[in-house]
Design a protein around this ligand. Structure first.
Ligand code: NAD
Length: 294
């Protein structure tokens, strides 16, 4: 059992912190939203009045915040949490943020002798609740060994991607590829349907052929092909277009900063941002199929 502070109890952080309580850890939580804290109190956590109060004397500090500016604001500077922690604490930021901020926080932590790991997740709210998230970690091997103990209470697959920032790079690579194969799957299915093929039969053919991919296998975007996919439930998320657009922006930043020619990623980003701008932000990302049907 470990003493854990958990900061950021939204759609993802709430169920993740709850799973740590269920795993037997002593969890102290903080969120700017009092209602989110109350839910965790009911689940068995202690509630702190501030992030600084939550981290006092803890073995682990975990955060699940919206974006890089929230993570930088929480950890850096004279008033930031790093300045208040002692070197025995392990800090795990599970938010999806830009790799540059993750590296900056990692380097600031390292300079103080604090183990920091960017640990973004794959898997949405359902995986957070089920405790089946995948974690992509960036930090030292020593910090990774400590991180695994606690991340195992929230997820199934825990990967060490490399040094600080590498978790965010891995997440950017994965979600850029996800967007590209989702869009490609939509185009292929619509092309088949317009030429008289049953999307279900075409899906079976491609699944047994070289077009096989995750979107086709577990998340078919064509309504009615897969009973439990968001496409068959009016594109209720699932994984929202807003989040995909955010992740493609972060992936684009990584590609540009490293000089990678990422035409497919840029095109996927433009398609998702257009879809988002037309009122689809809160719908599942597989609703991009409808762009090909109009
Ligand atoms: P959310 O908006 O539901 O939750 C964020 C929480 O952080 C809110 O409760 C907010 O009050 C709190 N918060 C913001 N600033 C704070 C601060 N300074 N101190 C304390 N609390 C603060 O977001 P979410 O859906 O839980 O996503 C969190 C992160 O996980 C994001 O980076 C997102 O990209 C990533 N993510 C989300 C999903 C998903 O399906 N929702 C999947 C994978 C990754």
């Amino acid at each position: 059992m470990a003493n854990v502070a958990f900061i950021g109890l939204g759609n993802m952080g709430g169920p993740m912190a709850t799973n740590l309580v269920k795993a037997g850890h002593a969890v102290t939580v903080f969120d700017l939203a009092p209602a989110a804290c109350e839910q965790l109190r009911e689940a068995g956590a202690d509630v702190a009045a501030s992030a600084a109060e939550a981290i006092a004397g803890k073995d682990y500090v975990i955060s699940m915040l919206p974006a890089g500016k929230h993570v930088a604001g929480t950890y850096l500077g004279d008033d930031g949490l790093l300045a208040k922690l002692d070197a025995s604490t392990t800090v795990l930021d599970c938010s999806t943020i830009d790799a540059a901020t993750a590296r900056e926080v990692g380097e600031a932590a390292a300079a103080m002798g604090i183990g920091f790991m960017d640990s973004p997740v794959s898997g949405g709210v359902a995986a957070a609740a089920a405790g089946t998230l995948a974690f992509m970690c960036g930090g030292s091997a020593e910090t990774f060994e400590k991180a695994k103990i606690i991340l195992a209470g929230m997820g199934k697959n825990i990967f060490h991607a490399g040094p600080a920032g590498a978790g965010q790079v891995a997440k950017g690579c994965n979600n850029m590829l996800l967007a590209i194969h989702m869009i490609g799957t939509c185009e292929a299915l619509e092309m088949g349907a317009r030429n008289g093929l049953d999307p279900k039969v075409l899906s079976e053919i491609m699944l047994a052929s070289s077009g096989r991919n995750w979107s086709l296998e577990v998340y078919n975007p064509y309504p009615g092909v897969m009973e439990n996919a968001p496409a068959s439930k009016g594109y209720q998320p699932g994984f929202m277009v807003d989040l995909m657009a955010k992740d493609l922006g972060l992936a684009g930043g990584i590609a540009d900063a490293s000089g990678v020619d990422n035409q497919m990623g840029k095109l996927a980003r433009a398609i998702y941002e257009k879809h988002q701008g037309e009122g689809n932000g809160q719908r599942d990302f597989s609703s991009v199929l409808e762009r090909y049907q109009d």
